[in-house]
Write a protein that binds this ligand. Structure first.
Ligand code: CND
Ligand code: ZN
Length: 363
């Protein structure tokens, strides 16, 4: 198959890759569309720093069609439309059984096939190639564990609902499942990319009163409004904490960080009221420093992973909400591009000119 392979500091390029037949409990998915999420870019940054352990195919927001199933697979058959989940759950570990499948301890990367056999892809020289974040979606096919593949309705367009594989579930779930935003709450979202815009629409679904978006790119004012944002704060022009506190009269209930920076995480904590909750959704590579005395005001700082999703239940529900007009996925897809243009898609994301790009395989 043709796939976009990241090898090091140089740009990603297309290569011929071979992959195994699905073994027991595995599903081979033909990729129809794959969204471009910032999480992939953390790996690009590692590669730029010369710290990539092995060649990798990035991309983890896949909508596709089942091509083949391995022995024992019960939940999908060939031809089913599916969304791939970058964090599968085993259904049997301590965390899955206690109702937190989003932090399943058996599916930590890279062994997301649950059988210690990763990687199962090889380049033309016969060398192993990793599936980035467990999916490897910038390719014609992805080999997935059954527990990371969810059957979805066939009338839903795969070039939209692919985004449910990460950004939608992560953002909407952060509001609905992790924070459990109550109707009438005031909410701020720092970072209005593919993830943050979904926190905005999750808060809207929850019935939030005021939803304040914070970004440094002025065009996000118009874009955010399409998802339910009521106010926009341009962090390039004003102090985001002061401005949000002023707008809410110091009564902000929830703040979500959806960028991945220590500084903006500190801002999220700084803008919520006493007893309020700051939720860290971004993948923060540096440290977060907060004044300890703030905890005397019962402020809470919590993490959110994959929208605290019970993915086998949540993914079909989010697809239904889109098909019922209650989630906006159409305005999330700013651009569709053929797979060889992945470097350009990353550049768009870093410039903040797109909500999401969606890549389509060529072969
Ligand atoms: P994307 O790059 O699309 O959006 C980031 C947004 O933040 C852009 O609109 C920027 O303009 C804006 N921004 C950048 N710097 C600032 C700043 N200082 N102040 C205000 N706004 C700023 O990223 P994405 O939406 O794809 O992903 C966001 C983060 O979420 C990223 O860290 C990603 O890795 C993470 C994430 C987490 C999870 C999870 O399960 N927790 C899942 N997927 C992605
Ligand atoms: Zn993602």
């Amino acid at each position: 198959m043709r796939a976009a392979v990241l090898r090091g500091p140089e740009p990603i390029s297309m290569e011929d890759i071979t992959l195994d037949e699905p073994r027991a409990g595995e599903v081979l998915v033909r990729v129809v569309a794959c969204g471009v999420c910032h999480s992939d870019y953390h790996t690009v940054n590692r590669a730029k720093a010369g710290a990539l352990p092995a060649p990798v195919i990035l991309g983890h927001e896949v909508g596709g069609i089942v091509e083949a199933v391995g022995p024992g697979v019960m939940s999908v058959v060939e031809g089913d439309h599916v969304v791939c989940a970058f964090k599968p759950n085993c259904g049997a570990c301590y965390f899955c059984v206690r109702g937190q499948p989003q932090i399943c301890e058996r599916s930590d990367y890279p062994d997301r096939l649950f059988n210690g056999s990763s990687p199962r892809l090889r380049d033309e020289g016969g060398n192993p190639v990793q599936q980035g974040i467990g999916v490897g979606g910038y390719a014609q096919y992805s080999l997935m564990p059954e527990r990371g593949v969810v059957k979805v309705r066939e009338d839903a367009p795969l070039d939209r609902i692919c985004l449910v594989g990460c950004g939608v579930t992560t953002g909407v779930g952060a509001a609905l499942r992790t924070a459990k935003v109550e109707a009438g709450s005031d909410v701020a979202v720092i970072g209005l990319g593919g993830v943050g815009l979904n926190v905005v629409q999750g808060a809207r679904l929850a019935g939030a009163r005021r939803i304040i978006g914070v970004d440094t790119v002025a065009s996000k004012a118009e874009l955010g409004a399409k998802f339910g944002m009521t106010d926009f704060v341009n962090a390039a022009e004003v102090d985001a904490v002061e401005e949000v506190r002023r707008l809410t009269n110091d009564r902000l209930d929830y703040a979500f960080e959806a960028i991945g920076l220590g500084r903006t995480s500190e801002q999220a904590f700084g803008m919520v009221r006493r007893g309020g909750t700051a939720v860290i959704v971004g993948v923060v590579g540096d440290s977060i420093t907060i004044p300890g005395l703030a905890f005397l005001g019962e402020k809470r700082l919590i993490g959110s992973f994959f929208g605290s999703a019970k993915l086998q239940y949540d993914i079909p529900v989010y697809v239904d909400l889109y098909m019922d007009g209650k989630l906006n996925l159409d305005d999330l897809v700013s651009k569709k591009r053929p797979m060889p243009e992945i470097n350009e898609a990353f550049a768009d994301m870093m410039a903040g000119t797109v909500a999401r790009s969606v890549m389509e395989p060529v072969g």
